[in-house]
Design a binder for this molecule. Structure first.
Ligand code: PBG
Length: 318
């Protein structure tokens, strides 16, 4: 009855202003988190794999970059550390004088007002590159929990506003919640054993020396299991659920959005960023248009906040 010619959806697409008035999803800088990588040294800016969004930075450069991001309207950063030395247990992760802890103190002092979120994991700090301690060649879940909790506490003592555990051990949210009752926890609740972490592992120097992470990260084929992870994390005290990667997992984002009432974030990972950068460099895509479409799709699927390496460029684009 109301089909064509009565209904003509093109009527609202005629001008830019009309399209803007009926747009359902918008990107918002208040809801963008920029990842940053702290490394030792001075004057170091080392963009891994030639990707500007994925550079190791010494503290001086980190503070400068964070200040610039804040000045552009980015309100939160997610901090990773690349320590000078690694060991079997990943003890650099909870070292009070560790690279992230020092970065937190510097950022707290130099860029007040910037929200500091830390990635809590052992993989950047272990000599074998796995996200927990090894016993007989396997990642030992329960022994790892205590170390993750220690790392989280040291981050908060150094000035972190929020901690974000990314290790995928069972029970880690509860273990951290038990020692940090007042700190917001962003749980990488559904983190998949993905092929899209490659450039990150280059910059964070965190590729596993043997094997892979399929014994603890989620199987890309599963969505119900991801929802069980989310439910457990909420029960254990997570404040925010995060899905990672983002674009290949829009169905997971949507399913989590429909099932849970807590804030939902998505991490658009290094491989997603690298794909668009590479295609743009080869002349196949317009980077700005592709990136905006990419991040809009993630928002449309239901993520409220996106962790993205495009954060800085986005500040100029929107
Ligand atoms: C640490 C961690 C990883 C990423 C974020 N935190 C790597 C991994 O699990 O191997 C990947 C982020 C990205 O690719 O952008 N566990």
């Amino acid at each position: 009855m109301t089909a064509f010619p009565v209904t003509r959806l093109r009527r609202l697409r005629r001008t830019d202003a009309l399209r803007s008035l009926v747009r359902e999803t918008r990107l918002d800088l208040d809801r963008v988190v920029a990842p940053l990588f702290a490394c030792p040294g001075e004057g170091v800016v080392d963009p891994a794999a030639g990707l500007p969004g994925l550079a190791q930075r010494s503290l001086d450069e980190l503070v400068r970059e964070a200040g610039e991001l804040h000045g552009l309207g980015i309100r939160a950063v997610l901090l990773f550390g690349i320590p000078e030395e690694k060991d079997e247990e990943g003890s650099g992760a909870w070292d009070d004088d560790g690279v992230v802890q020092r970065a937190l103190r510097a950022l707290r002092a130099e860029v007040p007002g910037l929200t500091l979120i830390t990635d809590v994991c052992l993989c950047e700090y272990t000599s074998h590159g796995h996200c927990g301690v090894l016993r007989e060649g396997e990642v030992a879940n329960d022994e790892t929990l205590e170390l993750l909790a220690r790392a989280a506490v040291s981050h908060v003592e150094a000035g972190a506003d929020v901690v974000a555990p990314s290790d995928m051990m069972d029970g880690r949210i509860g273990a951290i919640r038990a020692v940090l009752p007042e700190t917001p926890i962003v749980s990488y609740a559904a983190k998949y054993a993905s092929a899209f972490y490659g450039p990150f592992r280059d910059v964070a120097e965190s590729a596993p020396a043997f094997g892979d992470r399929r014994g603890y990260q989620l199987d890309p084929a599963n969505v119900r299991e991801a929802l069980r992870e989310c439910a457990l994390d909420v029960d254990e005290g997570a404040d925010v659920l995060m899905i990672k990667p983002a674009l290949p997992y829009l169905d997971v984002i949507r399913a989590a959005r429909e099932r849970f009432d807590c804030p939902l974030w998505a991490y658009s990972v290094s491989g997603e960023y690298a794909m668009v950068k590479a295609a743009a460099a080869a002349g196949h895509l317009d980077e700005r248009a592709a990136a905006l479409e990419w991040l809009t799709a993630i928002t449309r699927a239901g993520a409220e906040v996106i962790v993205t390496y495009w954060a800085k460029e986005l500040a100029a684009w929107i």
